[in-house]
Design a protein around this ligand. Structure first.
Ligand SMILES: Nc1ncnc2c1ncn2[C@@H]1O[C@H](COP(=O)(O)OP(=O)(O)O)[C@@H](O)[C@H]1O
Ligand SMILES: [Mg+2]
Length: 232
């Protein structure tokens, strides 16, 4: 359904949340207390805040992995709760990168990456071409036929980047994407992530507690007491 947020100026808004509330255990654990947040398309934003403050919760709501108790979330001008085909919509709009790669250990790099493309109904030739381009970009070409369990931590996260980008989403949500890596590998994977975001003309919202990584983003926002505050 079209919403008033679809005016021409608003189309460049990648994410908007309005008075979003979320708690767990039927309200016993309040987490988000009226989050108002907006991101323009093409921006890179770091979402910072103490562990347990609700960063992952917010990313999950924006990525449609969970629903708010109250309030609205728009992605690319579409209000998520208003769409009946929200999963199909988000499959093309949003790529997710998690702290622990969430890949299937027994499958190869190629098999893992082709899964989202298959789910989206992309034909195999096109999907394979896309994967080969991404693998080249991320230095994984020689690893495509290798199982995840034989890869290093950095290679696993690079595979996760490829998988997230398979359906050419214009919004990437990254939840502590380098949190499981040592400092040097973390820096390299993060640089690659920023490069890919630029290359794809995508928007990046990244939860991180690493101030160094956060500073490399266009904007840093802080989550505190269940709300978002702009950082100076
Ligand atoms: N599925 C869940 N059930 C109950 N409590 C949860 C659940 N997910 C997260 N929480 C709690 O909600 C709070 C926010 O968690 P989270 O969004 O993961 O924070 P962050 O990512 O900033 O560390 C924490 O207190 C966490 O324990
Ligand atoms: Mg988290």
């Amino acid at each position: 359904m079209k919403t008033p947020s679809q005016s021409p100026t608003q189309e460049r808004v990648a994410i908007r949340t309005s008075d979003v509330w979320k708690s767990y255990d039927r309200g016993a654990i309040p987490v988000l207390n009226g989050v108002d947040f907006e991101m323009r398309a093409g921006e890179t934003v770091a979402l910072c805040g103490a562990s347990g403050c609700g960063k992952s919760t917010l990313l999950h709501l924006v990525g449609g992995l969970d629903e708010p108790d109250r309030g609205q979330v728009w992605v690319h001008g579409e209000e998520l709760t208003q769409r009946r085909d929200v999963v199909r919509f988000l499959r093309h709009e949003v790529g997710f990168i998690f702290q622990f790669h969430n890949l299937i250990a027994d499958l190869t790099v190629e098999e893992n990456c082709l899964l989202p493309a298959t789910a989206a109904g992309t034909n195999r030739t096109q999907a394979t071409e896309r994967l080969h381009r991404l693998a080249e970009r991320t230095g994984l070409t020689h690893r495509l036929r290798h199982r995840i369990q034989t890869l290093s931590g950095g290679e696993r996260q690079r595979t996760a980047l490829c998988r997230a980008l398979m359906n050419s989403p214009k919004l990437l949500l990254a939840d502590e994407p380098t949190g499981s890596l040592d400092e040097r590998t973390s820096g390299a994977v993060f640089e690659l992530l920023l490069e890919l975001v630029k290359w794809e003309g995508a928007t990046l919202l990244m939860a991180t507690h690493d101030r160094g990584l956060a500073r490399a983003c266009n904007r840093v926002v802080e989550m505190h007491n269940g709300r978002i505050h702009e950082s100076s």
